[in-house]
Design a binder for this molecule. Structure first.
Ligand SMILES: NC(=O)C1=CN([C@@H]2O[C@H](COP(=O)(O)OP(=O)(O)OC[C@H]3O[C@@H](n4cnc5c(N)ncnc54)[C@H](O)[C@@H]3O)[C@@H](O)[C@H]2O)C=CC1
Ligand SMILES: NCC(=O)COP(=O)(O)O
Length: 325
């Protein structure tokens, strides 16, 4: 155990052809206070100017070097060119991190980005992203994807589905569960005693009284009003005017109706420093907000800021949950 007797973080390598290995290696140097080990092929972490140490036991992880717990992901990392033979190992590394986090050998997990199509093509990965895969591994029906930076927290109520599927996927039960998980996460993991949650409408101008779509008047407004006393939620608000600085001062998190409604504002406000955190799991998981960035993989230009923020957030959450945060 490290100085505070908290287990290290388990970090997954993500897609070897992407910038995951580079940002993980660089993060080791930028966040010396966070103990972590990465699950992956040690060869994929060479060449980034960071000392590495192969370990066979997570308890041996330290902050002296990039500690690597070897995992069977065959072949070299080929920047920008995913290798289908590596897909199964990339997926099983995630499952291994979950097992370590659930067993307490890791205090939390942090995932480097995967390339969803590469995993589907290479290993028939059945999930659209980590979020859904982690929910299945954790045995929970619904989780919440939150992206957080110092200025803004956002939650999409529907996640990795086509835009045309959003209206049917939005249900009263689903939105209520999203609001409850968000509220609980803000209290437990962010230390906000009485969270304020803004809820976006689905349609332009939040439907403008039913003239531009009916979901708001048919059920969203009633649901939000019913839950307001318990969850501190309000809305539905027109999505186009709820993300400017003045509006953000009135809430701790914004629940949006679909992926891009939530992610465009936060990636615009703080692309470098945003963190993706999955709420509602029986373990802690964070991730950088960016993807595999094949266009710059292998160039040395990957910015580790978001990975560093993700590591720090996971470490802080673990501390908060064990009472030492
Ligand atoms: N948590 C995860 O596993 C995530 C995975 N993805 C996946 O990543 C793949 C590529 O997604 P894109 O939409 O292209 O987004 P992306 O985030 O990989 O890249 C978008 C743009 O931002 C740049 N960029 C991204 N991260 C950067 C960094 N750390 N430093 C400097 N520049 C950076 C890229 O070079 C690119 O120009 C897709 O398969 C997507 O599904 C995307 C987001 C999260
Ligand atoms: N756009 C966010 C994203 O793709 C995150 O996906 P994941 O964390 O579920 O893999």
């Amino acid at each position: 155990m490290n100085a505070v007797e908290r287990a290290p973080l388990a970090v997954t390598c993500g897609e070897p052809a992407g910038i995951g290995p580079e940002v993980v290696a660089k993060a080791r140097a930028v966040a010396p206070e966070v103990p972590f080990f990465v699950i992956g092929n040690p060869a994929h972490f060479e060449g980034f100017g960071v000392a590495t140490r192969v370990i066979d036991d997570p308890a041996a992880a330290g902050t002296d070097a990039l500690c690597i717990l070897p995992h069977d992901i065959p072949g070299p990392a080929r920047p920008g060119r995913p290798d289908g033979a590596q897909a199964a190992g990339v997926i099983s590394a995630i499952a291994r991190a979950v097992a370590l986090a659930q067993g307490g050998t890791a205090s939390a997990m942090c995932t480097a980005p995967i390339h969803k199509k590469a995993l589907k093509d290479g290993a028939d990965f059945a999930y659209p992203g980590h979020t859904e895969y982690l929910a299945a591994l954790g045995g929970v029906e619904q989780v919440v994807m939150m992206l957080a930076c110092p200025e803004l927290r956002v939650v999409p109520a529907t996640i990795h589905i086509a835009l045309e599927e959003v209206p049917a996927a939005l249900t009263q039960a689903g939105l209520e569960a999203t609001l409850r998980i968000t509220h609980a996460g803000l209290r437990r993991d962010f230390g906000i005693a009485a969270p304020r949650i803004a809820v976006a409408g689905l349609n332009p101008h939040a439907g403008e009284g039913g003239t531009m779509g009916r979901q708001e008047v048919d059920w969203i407004a009633d649901l939000v009003a019913r839950l307001a006393p318990e969850l501190g939620c309000f809305g539905p608000l027109p999505a186009d005017t709820m993300f400017h600085a003045g509006a953000r001062a009135h809430y701790d998190a914004a629940v949006a109706m679909y992926h891009d409604q939530a992610l465009i504002p936060i990636k615009t406000v703080d692309f470098a420093g945003g963190v993706n955190v999955t709420l509602g799991l029986p373990f802690i998981r964070t991730s950088p907000d960016h993807g595999t960035a094949f266009d710059i993989a292998g160039t040395g230009r990957a910015d580790p800021t978001s990975m560093v923020a993700a590591l720090r957030m996971a470490w802080d959450m673990a501390g908060r949950r064990d009472g030492r945060g």
